[in-house]
Design a protein around this ligand. Structure first.
Ligand code: LAN
Length: 723
């Protein structure tokens, strides 16, 4: 294969090898979600070593022989599934997979490469172009994510990307996209995060955006609007954005940039009054409109911008660049996400120069965000989902009771848990508004290093399960390290009893009124979430069960669990469901909630569990499955998908078994999972599973294996208890 994934301690790099035969790429246009064929087919070829694939050998499996036909086929299916899925594991122990989905990230990389003059290789460019063409919609536009309808956010940015990647204006597909932009009134109707990039490229003057008010950082920290209180993803994006704004960075005005100025607007570029269009935004994009309060504040900061005070600006600029440098160092130039990665890189290019060591360190970490699938090469939503997928995979495989057959796979996964836990706080963490990190697990890699509440929780759960169920000795993840992980969780529980994502909740919901990104919701505050809270409660409970840790902060742990459970109960909706903020959607949130409640001993007969069961049963389809549309997340009300989905079905089955619900509903769910399994043990990629900020979807490719395995595994246990 010409393209190969090379991994090192979780770091994933797609490399092109000239003298190897090219990959055959067959993209299924019906489903915008890639099946991740390129990675999966080569990993499968290389690693597939099935154990006990022969159905007659059940007796060797130390599990009872089943009378019932369904159970026998479930065992067969599990073996087939784990045999397949374990072949996808990388040597360093993690599971790799496509973490694409958002369609507004690649343009940040391409525009930064154009302005700072770094080159993607020819092979990369070819694949980036393929990706963009593959995701172009029939009306010529692109959505904000791969399942979305066309938006100006997606279309303007991806149109520009294709032009910068060398596709000529006369190209038929670009003509269609051009037509779309023109018919929607031109690029000034794109949202503010797109306008930012237009200004950087020089196809919009900086007067076209509202002030990013760099001096905001100089206000006293106790003020509720101080940006140190924003959700870290929002904060870490607005830090370099404000720096770039303070410097009014614009790339070289090349002939191509001049052409784009003509192509992107309906009127002549020179005749447009861009100040008037600061708040213009297409109805296609509007999800969280600017509030009156924000408009008033924008008026003030825009006015201030015309007279701003030099000394204050210098002070703000200095602080911002020091913050950018700190984030770069803390994350080994990976940065918290793909948005600030490229804005930080641009800032460093400007402040330190093209030849600076820092710029080169940034360059070395660009490829960490790239992923190649059959639909082409994309910028992922993060530098991967390594730890998250691995911690879940461990739990899913152990749930089947067949862990002993997959010893090598599980010890290798344990190794990944070991090398990805964060062992120290970052330098100057107080100065740069970072919570402690010691003991936490990140979502991806240790190099990235931002620990997350629920990733830490899943890390603890997976570690303790492996310690319990596998003969791992000596424990490389020491008791001290597990205590640190628990300390991290205890340090980060909110006053409302819940857990947020990366930090304590630092502000109240009213600050959402200042959210300037018209396309996302809930980016200003790190709120407590049902999923994060459930994971933390489960982890603390698991930790508490180990007699070895009986003396470690027992009282605090008990209190934390109690308050966490109260929080979760308070989030239940009148219809019995829980909203899921990070995956699609009510089946996900409800699964997390039930898992936590049952773990701590809530009776399945309780009102809360019973109404959740009623909710789930009411959504089961005639084919036995469950299917939820991503629109559930957007509209915050259950929207069924046209087809049942294996991932939603698995969450529902996991929940119903715990809740001791009606056996026939469970069996029908299980039968649906069996029916959908492919001959090689995989399941087909269906609709997109992940979401963030209400409105943008993100792919969790391994969910189609993890959750069916987990659910079938739980079903086998359940049958054992019944027979
Ligand atoms: C993620 C990925 C992981 C995810 C879980 C751990 C699964 C979740 O339980 C908590 C939230 C979290 C950490 C999460 C938050 C939002 C992220 C970081 C992402 C979905 C990955 C990409 C997304 C990020 C915000 C994308 C960039 C867009 C901006 C609006 C800045």
């Amino acid at each position: 294969m010409a393209w190969r994934l090379i991994c090192d301690r979780g770091r994933q790099l797609w490399r092109y090898f000239q003298d190897e035969p090219a990959v055959s790429i067959d993209y299924d246009e019906e489903n915008p979600n890639s099946s991740d064929k390129i990675y999966r087919e080569s990993a499968f070829k290389q690693n597939y070593k099935p154990v006990y694939a022969d159905a007659d050998q059940y007796d060797k499996l130390r599990i009872p022989t089943f009378q019932e036909e369904l159970s026998a086929s479930v065992v067969k299916s599990i073996l087939n599934a784990v045999n397949y899925y374990s072949a996808l594991q990388v040597e360093d122990g993690h599971w790799a997979g496509d973490y694409g989905g958002p369609m507004f990230l690649l343009p940040g990389a391409v525009i930064t490469s154009y302005v700072t003059n770094f080159q993607f290789t020819e092979e990369q460019k070819y694949q980036l172009i393929r990706y963009l063409f593959n995701h172009q919609l029939p009306n010529g536009g692109w959505g904000t994510h791969i399942e979305n309808r066309s938006t100006m956010f997606g279309t303007v940015l991806n149109y520009i990307s294709l032009r910068l990647l060398g596709v000529p204006f006369t190209n038929e597909r670009l003509q269609k996209a051009h037509h779309f932009i023109q018919s929607e009134g031109g690029a000034m109707y794109a949202p503010s995060w797109a306008k930012f990039w237009l200004c950087v490229l020089g196809v919009m003057p900086w007067e076209g955006v509202n002030s990013l008010f760099p001096e905001l950082w100089l206000l006293p920290e106790w003020l509720p609007v101080h940006p140190s209180r924003y959700w870290c993803h929002c904060r870490m994006v607005y830090v370099p954005m404000s720096y770039v704004y303070a410097e009014k960075i614009v790339g070289e005005i090349t002939p191509l940039v001049r052409e784009l100025r003509k192509e992107l607007y309906v009127e002549k570029y020179e005749s447009i009054d861009f100040t008037k269009h600061r708040n213009s935004i297409s109805a296609l994009d509007l999800y969280y409109p600017q509030t009156v309060l924000l408009k008033i504040l924008n008026f003030c900061t825009n006015t201030y911008e015309t007279v701003h005070i030099r000394q204050l600006r210098d002070k703000a600029r200095e602080f911002l660049i020091s913050y950018i440098e700190a984030e770069d160092e803390h994350t080994n130039y990976v940065n918290i996400g793909p948005v600030n990665k490229f804005i930080n890189m641009l800032s460093i290019w400007y402040a330190k120069g093209r030849d600076s060591k820092q710029f080169h360190q940034h360059l070395a970490r660009v490829d960490d965000y790239l992923w190649l699938s059959e639909d082409g090469m994309k910028i992922q939503g993060y530098n991967g989902s390594q730890l998250w997928d691995t911690a879940f995979s461990i739990q899913a495989i152990l749930e089947t009771g067949l862990g002993h057959l997959y010893n090598k796979c599980l010890s290798s996964a344990y190794y990944y848990l070991d090398i990805s836990q964060v062992l120290e706080d970052v330098k100057d963490h107080v100065k740069f508004y970072r919570h402690i990190s010691k003991g936490g697990w990140p979502f991806s890699t240790r190099d990235h290093g931002w620990p997350i509440t629920d990733c830490t929780a899943e890390g603890i759960k997976a570690t303790l399960l492996l310690h319990e169920q596998m003969s791992i000795s000596p424990h490389r993840i020491s008791s001290d390290r597990l205590e640190d992980a628990v300390n991290f969780l205890l340090s980060i529980q909110n006053k409302d009893g819940g857990w947020a994502t990366y930090e304590l909740q630092r502000s109240t919901a009213w600050i959402e009124l200042l959210n300037p990104a018209e396309v996302f919701q809930g980016i200003m505050v790190d709120y407590s979430y049902t999923e994060c809270t459930s994971a933390c409660v489960q982890a603390l409970w698991k930790f508490r069960e180990q007699s070895y840790f009986a003396n470690h902060r027992r009282k605090e742990i008990d209190g934390a669990i109690q308050r966490g459970i109260e929080f979760i109960k308070g989030k239940q909706r009148p219809d019995g469901s829980w909203y899921g903020s990070w995956a699609v959607c009510f089946t996900y949130g409800t699964w997390f909630a039930i898992e936590a409640l049952i773990t701590v001993g809530e009776s399945p007969k309780s009102k809360s569990i019973q109404s959740a069961v009623q909710f789930l049963l009411s959504k089961q389809n005639a084919d036995g499955g469950w299917g939820e549309s991503y629109l559930s997340c957007v509209h915050k009300t259950y929207v069924p998908h046209k087809h049942s989905q294996v991932v939603n079905t698995a969450w529902a089955v996991l929940s119903l078994i715990l809740a001791k619900a009606d056996a026939s509903a469970i069996r029908r769910g299980v039968q649906f999972l069996l029916k959908k399994q492919c001959a090689n043990g995989d399941w087909n990629q269906e609709a997109i599973s992940g979401v963030f900020n209400g409105n943008c979807m993100i792919s969790y490719t391994n969910y189609r294996n993890i959750f069916p395995i987990w659910a079938l595994g739980r079903y086998i246990k359940y049958e054992c208890n019944h027979s």
